[in-house]
Design a protein around this ligand. Sequence first.
Ligand code: ADP
Ligand code: MG
Length: 636
Amino acid sequence: MKQEKHFETESQQLLDLMINSIYSDKDIFLRELISNASDAIDKYRYLSLTESDKYPSKTHQIRIETNKDERTITITDDGIGMSDKDMIKNLGTIAKSGSKEFMKKLKNAENKDELSIIGQFGVGFYSTFMVAKAVEVISKPIDGEAHRFYSEGKSTYTIEESTFKGTSGTKVVVYLKKDKDDLRYSDYLEEYRIESLVKKYSDYIRYPIKMLVKKTKPVDEDKPTDEKEKEEFEDKTLNSMIPLWKKSVNDVKEEDLEEFYKNKFDDYEKPLLSLNVHAEGLYTYESLLFIPSHVPYNFYSETYEQGLSLYSHGIFIQDHYKDLVPNYLRFVKGLVDSDDFPLNVSREMLQKTPEMAKIAKNIESKVVSELKKTKKNDLEKYTKFFDMFGEYIKYGIYSTYGMKKDELQDLLLFHHLKDDKYISLEEYTKGMKEGQKDIYFASGKNLGEIKMLPQLEKMKKDDIDVLLLDKNIDEFCIMAMNEYDKKPFKDVSTETNEISEERKEELSSLSATHRRFLDEIKEGLKDKVDDVIFSSKLVDSPVCLSTKEGLSMNAERVLNEDPGEHGDIKSKKVLEINPDHELFNALKDLSNDDEIKEYGSILYDEAMLLQGYEIEDKAGFVSKLNKLLIKTSKKD
Ligand code: ADP
Ligand code: MG
């Protein structure tokens, strides 16, 4: 019985898009159909390993046929097949989050040129409608009847019973659109065109993609003419079938890797880095690893799936296999194929094999050493990488409590005081001043604010370089590292600073002289600061806020960004007063305690503002300021 069904709304929208064909690269429809056929065979083969009674093994193939009279291209596979229910679910709705995400992005796209983002998504089956006025899918699962799905891409499709040659599989018939102007759909009916598309996009498909092609035969002059023109056909396998990763490394060109990456991971851009690993020895495996040249569209959302595709003995087992790359390398895409993975075990078991852990470790170090190599040989490329994924390297150090410090520390780059370029820790330590023991850093919300920190004034004057930490993870990464090359990290905003004994004494005698002044301010700010001292850090600014050893103000800000997690965390603040500033000179002889307290509170707010923080009591600050303004204007 023929049933008519409606596409779900989102599918309909995607279909409309395909029909109106805003994407110029229409060729990809063939790649998508072949990849579906190959996936379906993969699934069959996997089941034939685990349920061999139900799924007897067979020699698989994918067939392509063209028919110029009917203007059709037919792609047939002998894979897992679909029941009528499967077809409704798989072809009538967008099950994949990628396509859903795509639709969302599309709706938000203001500039329709952005539609080129389509290449980022595996729009799969629907891409057929870029070239088809109608599509027919006849499919049969091993344990059920064959059904025929038919759609002209309008709002509905039909499903009815049908027949299929073979025990299971799928046949997709593409009815090409009419040619229009320079859109020559009929080109797809040409043998050479199909051949070249298969070579370009689907060469590594591991099942033979076969087509009947015209046989080129020397013309026999003696035969009568009508027989001479009779065409003969031969079955030709269009793809080389050897998976790219099984080919010898020397036979694989950079372009091959790039094309493979774009295909497999639905990316319109070639990868920033690609690695072709053939490991032999204790454990043997082949792996293709890639780092994308842009942050994947869903990288920060839950729909992003990290991990590598897993193959064993050349047979696909699972996508996004998480245990093959550590979390901090979650941006790495690729696949691993190893004969050391036992084939006939459940996926859960595989996870626990020691081989898996060793291979994962090996892959991690391959990626890290490739990154190191890139940093050394192509800093520009590495900087591009670091801008996108550098925070994950820091996360790698932080999340392992510094255990991976030795491996990862030389991958780090930082902004710094002296110029606008990145600097590595090695470069920083090489440039340290004579007698400088610590690696100085200053942290904050953004570079602009950090550079304005009053704490940096003395550093700038003394020409001492300082790392500028503008990412939330930075300070935590540094805390986990503790030191680099035996040189400890030191926050310029902590209370203590390396100063000469002479200066130390000067400040301490000054503090003794102005004890009351300092104490009154401290008393007035008792909820806010732990101490009030004279500063050795400042040049032009009257005040700054530092913290006692422990949590910095920046770390406090970061931790409180997700409250609840840690409760209300407070750093121990110290108000530092510049003893050489004329403001101190003007205030130091105040005799009224309340007045000292009031000025102290303004100084505190000033320090907060200077360091890019909000002041809590804005109205209070303004009213104190106004009082002062009124007082000074009356004096004049
Ligand atoms: P994807 O292949 O990324 O899942 P597609 O839009 O290409 O997305 O295909 C949607 C679904 O339709 C597939 O996931 C699969 O379940 C089913 N499908 C498509 N083609 C075939 C096929 N030749 N054999 C079996 N199932 C298929
Ligand atoms: Mg697909």
